[in-house]
Design a protein around this ligand. Sequence first.
Ligand code: SAH
Length: 346
Amino acid sequence: MKKIDIKSFTLPELKAFLKERGEPAFRAGQVFDWIHVKKARGFEEMSNLPKALREKLADECRLPGAEIRRRLVSRLDGTVKYLYGLEDGESVETVLMKYEHGYSVCVSSQVGCKMGCEFCASTKAGFVRNLLPSEILDQIYQTEQDQNLRISHIVMMGIGEPLDNFENTTRFLELINSPYGANISMRNISLSTCGLAEKIDELAAFDLGLTLSISLHACTDEKRNEIMPVNRRYPIGRLLQSCKNYSKITRRRISFEYALMKGKNDSVKDAEQLACLLKGQLCHVNLIPVNEVQETSFEKTERQNIYRFQKELMKRGINATVRRTLGSDINAACGQLRRENLSEVR
Ligand code: SAH
């Protein structure tokens, strides 16, 4: 039988687990601290626990983690991209970025992705499995240890669709936010989704205070259907209904991601339509020059047309910024390193 993943246990769960095994209540705090603060990789490290307990834990439990398989450092801006190996040999990508406000890490939520967005490298080889909460956490813990720094901000924008791994994602959020663990504030966490409307409604009900990003990328159903299959299940109108609901419950501004693709979605008319769509929605638009990924035919919009698009939105009262590109020399955008490695292996 597979050992229990206690790294994914919340503190109350850990308390109950140890209580069942006859341990005093304070042990749970010690174990939680070893896992989430001291970032222990094995039970033998937990030196303030009795040896018998360490052995019992090692017998029954495991601490799933992420091992560095590759590390690429950008010469342009110091962005670091990791390929992390998991206990079953699968791998995911994580990116560390330095901003004025601190260090931010972009984590993956699944091995591969089912969503099938045409422009995205993460989905090309299909879906393998969900990440465990512990495996999402460990991308952060290992990155901190490797670089000897504290991460203050998290974006769930790596490989996978976090809301398609809803339970593990929300559990990860609870753990990373724990005052007894890494204690990263929800205000410093963003979660990006391609638009699973029903899950957005579920997330809204939790009222966590994190920033929700919606990968919109097109402003008519006709265009969005072409590049994002999820739109056939949740068309734009349905998605925006969930966004309105999310803002209403959480009073948080929603961030809309819009990757500009030459000749596809970057005209003045597209900007007008987008402004019209988002009218009255508490929001911010992030304009991203599309990353040109092998196996796709999308090209980047020219710089001046990106600014033209931004101006058209601003003119209509929609707050929009152009996303800075970090780590462009190491293909820091998600999915590309794992893909590359897959083709090396095969
Ligand atoms: N599944 C989630 C999170 C992962 S993708 C989502 O869809 O939001 C993170 C972001 O990168 C999304 O906004 C996604 O649409 C975008 N993205 C994917 N491929 C891209 C590319 N080639 N160029 C620019 N952005 C891309």
